[in-house]
Write a protein that binds this ligand. Structure first.
Ligand SMILES: [Zn+2]
Length: 60
């Protein structure tokens, strides 16, 4: 597949899921993010959330 320079930019996002309340939160991907590793803490349960998904979305 060939990507031309005219294509829209793809922004990577990371979805974190709390193992306790199952709440998912989406944020921008940052360097070092890896699937299924512990990430930031759930604000309501105060337990580490796991990264459930990393995906790319075209910018609007
Ligand atoms: Zn939680």
């Amino acid at each position: 597949m060939i990507f031309s320079k005219k294509e829209k930019k793809i922004v990577a996002y990371t979805v974190e899921k709390c193992p306790s309340c199952k709440k998912e939160s989406k944020r921008k991907f940052k360097q070092g993010d890896c699937l299924f590793v512990e990430s930031s803490k759930c604000p309501s349960c105060n337990v580490p959330m796991n990264i459930a998904k990393i995906f790319g979305e075209p910018t609007a």
